[in-house]
Design a protein around this ligand. Structure first.
Ligand code: F3S
Length: 640
């Protein structure tokens, strides 16, 4: 049977399941990556597995998110990440070496392989012909431990490219066009596979701009074939041996098809506050701009910066604009400093920012109040820039450069400068000294934890009879923010579960953590849609640490339900919703776990001397996980 490229790579990595859209499949993971903001928790989870070494072909730990060092916490995190990497066989990319996805593309990505990263823009490496998927820290920890990655098999969409990009139109405009047509929900449950004769004219960095921002479509990932462009890029990176040719079989079929004619595309821009709020640049030309930011994992490659310099050379940044740029990697920074492009940009008035995420997550270079910032990034949600009322527009490097010169939103074709083709170098500067490769033996290496990094708490196997008191009774629509608040006070404690747990249910009942600990754990009773909102794992992990054994509610939000299972908390729902009224705070409850497989069980309210039927929707594997005390304990137990 003729297979498309996605099916080919899935088939090569299939551990279990059937490749039918919507059905669960498990695939083997070859490579993992983490960044520092999610990495510390992922490595604490990996450590809890009790393994001696990672089992992947390659795992890399990058530091690019939390670079500001105004206190000890970030520096401690970086040191922990460096030592834990050496201990367990992980490559450590030092702070300053660049943004995870860019550096991975340059130095490690390989066609035909699978990559799981604890960052939503992991699909960037799909530009090299990989299946590269973003996931939670626990999934990445498990992949490092050799576990497969479970996902519903996505639908495969063919994006057929015809023609060739015209001067001042770029790869960014291809993905903005898709966002315009399909919206930020259009890619959910889908993989976008690029094909058609237009593909051949796009270089690997351009392809990666497109696959990077496929994340904004909500897609599982995006992928390009591996062809002559891929070989050229890998050769220039000194990695020609990593090249294999990969393409869909002739006659391969797809679930859906979208066509884009590159000849007719023109410069596009996403308006505040959503990446799919896309219009033609010329339709909104003239809006005054106060800031231009160039960088992020979307558009910070060597090619991008050369393109900007070609427009900026000999010009001056407009007096009302502050222009900042972050080269995506140290390789890019070294190359532009050697060939004079850095000097050209600085002469024009641009400010050099660190090779890191920086302004993309509001770490420095925030726009002024109410200001307009034109950015080459991938997200423009309200407040993300660090300035609550700023208006952020997303566009290509060419559009950003034009805006920086004129001080207003400008179509670069109206600048009156002659287009210049920017070729990729024959050879990139190859210098991996900011990469620390792990020693062959890690057993003797001490993992250094600052006072803010504590080992991950674990939970024992569930007992045959579960007893305890109702620690808290809440109503409908409790969010993960209610359960585990975020914010400046709490976020720095994410690697310190005992400390962060003191904030659980802070806005609902601040006495909860102390009471739960003193009681040796117990139950939470709630209403409908319990755990809605963000996917944060800490909303299950911290209650687990406090001893919560089961959550009994009228209904759960989907992701929180999965997180409760992952951390060994039994999620139960009332058979009759009205029984919610038959339980009060401090009631003593008891149930037997012997018959859990039946799907229903009898909850004894010892205080009120009544029995209440409750149920669960757990699969056989979920039940084994809860019985074991959570996913990590389950995986660890199976390995024995
Ligand atoms: Fe970093 Fe922004 Fe990308 S935070 S990984 S540059 S989306």
């Amino acid at each position: 049977m003729a297979l498309n490229l996605t099916q080919k790579i899935f088939k090569d990595h299939l551990v279990s399941g059937e490749m039918v859209a919507g059905k669960e499949v498990a695939i083997r993971i070859d490579q993992t990556l983490t960044q520092d903001a999610t990495g510390t928790m992922s490595y604490l989870q990996f450590e809890a597995l009790g393994l001696d070494r990672v089992k992947t072909e390659l795992s890399v730990s990058y530091v690019d998110h939390n670079m500001l060092q105004t206190g000890f916490e970030n520096a401690d995190d970086h040191r922990y990440l460096q030592t834990v990497a050496a201990r367990y066989g992980i490559v450590f990319s030092r702070p300053g070496n660049g943004i995870c996805h860019q550096v991975h593309l340059e130095r490690f990505g390989k066609p035909g392989k699978t990559l799981l990263g604890s960052d939503s823009h992991t699909p960037t490496n799909g530009g090299l012909g990989m299946i590269a998927i973003g996931a939670g820290g626990l999934d990445v920890a498990l992949a490092m431990g050799g576990e497969p990655f479970y996902t519903a098999m996505p639908k495969v969409v063919l994006v057929k490219l015809t023609g060739k990009l015209q001067p001042f139109v770029s790869a960014k405009d291809v993905i903005l066009e898709l966002l315009r047509r399909l919206t930020v929900k259009g890619g959910v449950g889908r993989i976008f596979e690029y094909g058609g004769e237009g593909v051949a004219s796009l270089s690997v960095p351009e392809r990666s701009t497109i696959t990077n921002m496929g994340a904004e479509l909500g897609a599982t990932t995006s992928i390009f074939p591996s062809d002559e462009q891929t070989r050229k890029y890998l050769k220039a990176q000194g990695r020609e041996n990593d090249y294999v040719a990969l393409a869909a079989d002739p006659g391969a079929t797809y679930d859906e098809t979208v066509e884009i004619d590159l000849n007719t595309l023109e410069p596009l821009i996403a308006q505040p506050h959503s990446p799919d709020n896309v219009v033609k640049v010329r339709e909104i030309a003239g809006i005054p701009v106060s800031q231009v930011a160039i960088g992020s994992c979307t558009n910070s490659s060597y090619k991008d910066l050369l393109g900007i310099a070609a427009i900026m050379k000999g010009k001056t940044v407009h007096p009302s604009v502050s222009l900042g740029f972050s080269p995506g990697s140290r390789q890019t920074l070294e190359m532009i400093s050697q060939n004079g492009v850095l000097g050209d940009l600085i002469t024009s008035g641009a400010r050099l920012l660190e090779s890191a995420c920086g302004p993309c997550i509001g770490m420095g270079f925030a726009p002024p109040s109410g200001g307009v910032s034109v950015r080459t990034f991938n997200r423009n949600f309200e407040g993300r820039s660090g300035t609550k009322d700023a208006k952020v527009y997303l566009a290509s490097p060419e559009v950003a450069a034009a805006c920086a010169i004129t001080g207003v939103i400008t179509d670069p074709r109206d600048l009156g400068v002659a287009p210049k083709t920017v070729d990729l170098p024959e050879k990139y500067v190859l210098d991996d000294r900011m990469m620390i490769f792990p020693p062959k033996e890690g057993a003797g290496i001490e993992v250094l934890r600052g006072p803010n990094i504590k080992p991950l708490p674990t939970r024992d196997r569930i007992s045959e009879t579960v007893t305890g008191s109702v620690l808290l009774k809440v109503g409908d629509n409790i969010t993960t923010d209610h359960i585990m608040p975020a914010g400046a006070k709490v976020l720095p404690l994410r690697s310190n579960v005992p400390a962060i747990s003191q904030y659980v249910f802070e806005s609902v009942d601040p006495t909860f953590p102390k009471r739960a600990k003193e009681a040796g754990g117990g139950f939470i009773v709630g209403g409908a849609n319990y755990g809605q909102g963000s996917s944060r794992e800490h909303a299950a992990l911290a209650p687990m640490y406090l001893g919560v054994k089961a959550v009994i509610v009228k209904g759960f939000a989907r992701i929180h339900l999965a997180n409760l299972i992952n951390f060994g908390i039994l999620p139960l729902t009332f058979v009759n919703e009205s029984d919610y009224d038959k339980i009060d705070r401090d009631d003593q409850l008891e149930f037997s776990t012997a018959g859990l497989e039946k799907g229903t069980l009898v909850l004894k309210n010892l205080t009120k001397k009544i029995e209440i039927p409750v149920k669960h929707s757990l699969t056989a594997r979920d039940l084994e996980i809860v019985r074991a005390g959570g996913t990590l304990a389950y995986v660890k137990g199976r390995a024995r």
